[in-house]
Design a protein around this ligand. Sequence first.
Ligand code: AHR
Length: 497
Amino acid sequence: AKAQTKVRVENDSAKQVISANIYGHFAEHLGHCIYNGIYVGDTAREIPNTDGIRNDIIAALRKLKVPILRWPGGCFADTYHWKDGIGPKQDRPAMVNKWWGGVTEDNSFGTHDFLRLCQLLGSTPYLAGNTGSGTPQELADWVQYVNFDGKSPMSDLRKKNGHDSAWGVQYWGVGNEAWGCGGNMRPEYYADIYRRYSTFMTDYDPKKPLFKIASGANSADYHWTETLMKNIPTNMLSGIALHHYAVIEWNKKGPDQSFTEEGYFKTMESALFMDSLIQKHTAIMDKYDPEKKVALVVDEWGGWYDVAPGTNPGFLYQQNTMRDAMIAATTLNIFNNHSDRVRLANLAQIVNVLQAVILTDKEKMILTPTYHIMEMYNVHQDAKLIPTNYVSPKYDYNGKKLDAVSVSASVDKSQKLHISLANIDAHNAQTVELDLDANNYKTIKGRILTSDKLTNCNTFQNPNKIEPEVYTKASLKNGKVSLSIPPFSAIVLELSK
Ligand code: AHR
């Protein structure tokens, strides 16, 4: 049969490196992400852990290759006073988590614990500073506490708390969602706040200058990006954030699992909007920064639905289905294809919150379809983007149309070519022909994530229902690959010379 989609893989024009940091994650003090999720502390010795961090989660996340992890928020970040989370745990003051369920936290998971988590995962830490309710001094002190090796009040305090050498944290958020929970600021005002706070964030190690990220736009708020780019000199700015969730309607998000095809279509419409958002924010940034020195940092993305029935509305716990796999597969292709400007992104969130890669229930843990997509796609981390050219057929839902097929490709250091493909069509398989523009690929391997229902998910009773399988149906002949992608499925191919 004739292929519906012809993809030209422009093998000769390997482009920029896809920063591994595009595959980043986000851990907020929210619901059971940290407490009773990643961190079980001293109270749950029956769950094997290392310094209070669950061993099963460490092992799963190591396999995932989490390049960078953002913490402690989100909205939480602008209420967080880091000094309350250091020193002997029994002496730490409690705090009320104002944004997420109004629960009281004992501050037992603090800076040392987070940086230990990053060390155990092999991940780069990304600390989100408080510019909403904290002072410039407080943020400057945090930088000194974690980054200064010499003698100073904050490095002495760190040493007293048992950590002699500085951690050298490079990535810093200068506030979060300053337009909303971060202080309800106007962009003109926030631009000055950014300039003020970031001025006192010192580069203690000139070889590792701080990567400072301004709180960015809510989705299509292009005025926000324009105002920041206009008012913050690019030499003060390493990245500018963008938050966009795949959401149907904020006041009518719909169920996490028992959604209809209409719900699926609308979610995917919102997810695919990421492409246009990146293009438009990038066009604004290009005006002020044509050399693309400033990164677009999509430090919150993912599907957001009504919480799972019977769970705390403030905890944002939701199941994760093949719909989420499709959000992840298409969004990561979008990020790869825009990796000249998008050089960091963080899926919201890593454990038990929103589009999580891991869900826990007491001692049990499951990996979600999103986990599997991120694991299959991690071959693109730090590989060189290969441009692809294609016109996608449409996924038609009652006359409304979305691109069905999404593709990205990269070549890694060992010259292996990886091509990730997703078909979001709820009913139809898509046949694809990849023109590799090269005749010297000898072998092809593949993995597929597929399931027979869009609403399927992994559960604590059936944790391995959805798992990647070996895919052998792609044929390679004369530099051309033919394959058929089943409905709502993703495939990653690996070609070697
Ligand atoms: O990820 C949940 C919340 O979504 C974050 O705290 C906030 O930054 C965003 O609005």
